[in-house]
Design a protein around this ligand. Structure first.
Ligand code: SF4
Length: 344
């Protein structure tokens, strides 16, 4: 931890040790170090992202996902006008970024991604906030078009960097293509988010590999999320091999002092926010306005309609914990440093 706090690159063995030491005192020290590293760089600021899951249709069949093609669930597809309206409300409520997420919806992909590009550019023109898109494994030609439409970030999660496990999770998808897209997004000037899941049958060494991979400076935001089983999802939660999301998050922070690390409200709702900030997170993702019939990802309903994921409630909770929501100027100047201007 001392090496990490003095910004030395941790070795594979050191990362493995931090992930696997078992006593409670050591764990508390790891969280303390992660929190202090975050505060050194970001003080008590926390960034906030509004989440607009605008299409829950998907052509894929990932076996950990509620929205997989074979799952017989009610789905929705929001129009560009609806996405603009929801995003404007989120902007007015003070979020720093709009996260436009979809499954790999064949309708949005049609005619050279016409529907997707139209929606991104409509939201960009209306809200004038940074935009993150999570459109799935698009063909690489789409990335410069998405950037031109106003997308600053490309989020595309590998979920594991163990190829064999990847092929069991993301049925019929191409590991290298998905990974290379993130490199291409970076090369066209987009910021990139990479992420993994825990509880999917990974080993500690898989997590070590992922942490080594996610150190790459082209990933400016790195996330870990616990797999939560939902109806119609074939993957079974692997308790035995499960690593702690919070521990992984803390080690991600110790190996990535300057990056954004999200605390998703999808896993444990608002009650899971404090422990995640304590483990080094500095972004609250998946802020969803209530009563808009919008879904989350890892748990599709949690804390949405009771308003506990609304911006106002989150600012109140942050305040009570001694943090403060970052201003748009603070967020924009952070990412401008990384993009050299970009779309902002
Ligand atoms: S994880 Fe994404 S690509 Fe896979 S089934 Fe779910 S929505 Fe589709």
């Amino acid at each position: 931890m001392e090496s990490a706090l003095s910004r030395e690159a941790l070795s594979r063995e050191e990362i493995r040790y931090l992930l696997s030491c078992e006593d409670k005192d050591s764990e508390d020290l790891i969280f303390e170090a992660a929190r202090s590293m975050t505060e050194k760089v970001f003080k008590n600021k926390v960034f906030t992202y509004g989440f607009v899951y605008f299409s829950t249709y998907c052509q894929n069949n990932c076996n950990f996902c509620y929205y997989r093609r074979s799952n017989r669930i009610d789905r929705y597809r929001r129009t560009a006008e609806e996405a603009v309206e929801i995003s404007s409300a989120l902007r007015d409520a003070g979020v720093n970024l709009i996260d436009l997420t979809m499954g790999e919806d064949p309708v949005a992909y049609r005619n050279g991604y016409e529907g997707l590009l139209h929606l991104v550019s409509a939201v960009n023109n209306a809200v004038e906030l940074p935009i993150m898109v999570s459109p799935g494994a698009v063909i690489d030609d789409a990335l410069p078009l998405l950037k031109a439409a106003g997308a600053d970030w490309y989020a595309c999660y590998q979920e594991t960097h163990n190829r064999e496990l990847f092929y069991r999770l993301r049925i019929g998808q191409d590991y290298d293509r998905r990974f290379d897209l993130k490199k291409q997004a970076s090369s066209v000037g987009m910021l990139v988010e990479e992420g993994i899941m825990t509880g999917i049958g990974e080993t500690i060494d898989d997590i070590v590999d992922s942490i080594m991979t996610m150190r790459d400076p082209s990933f400016r935001q790195v996330r870990v999320m616990t797999f939560i089983p939902q109806n119609g999802v074939p993957l079974v939660f692997d308790r035995q091999h499960r690593s702690s999301e919070l521990r992984i998050m803390a080690v991600l922070r110790l190996t990535n002092p300057d990056k954004l690390i999200p605390a998703s409200l999808d896993i444990e709702g608002i009650s899971g926010l404090g422990p995640r900030l304590n483990a080094g997170a500095n972004v609250i993702t998946s802020i969803v306005p209530p009563n808009r019939s919008l879904a989350g990802v890892a748990q599709h309903e949690l804390d949405i309609d009771n308003g506990h994921r609304s911006p106002d409630h989150i600012y109140e909770v942050l305040d009570g914990m001694g943090y403060r929501a970052a201003t748009n100027n603070e967020y924009n100047s952070l990412i401008k440093k990384w993009t050299g201007g970009g779309n902002l």
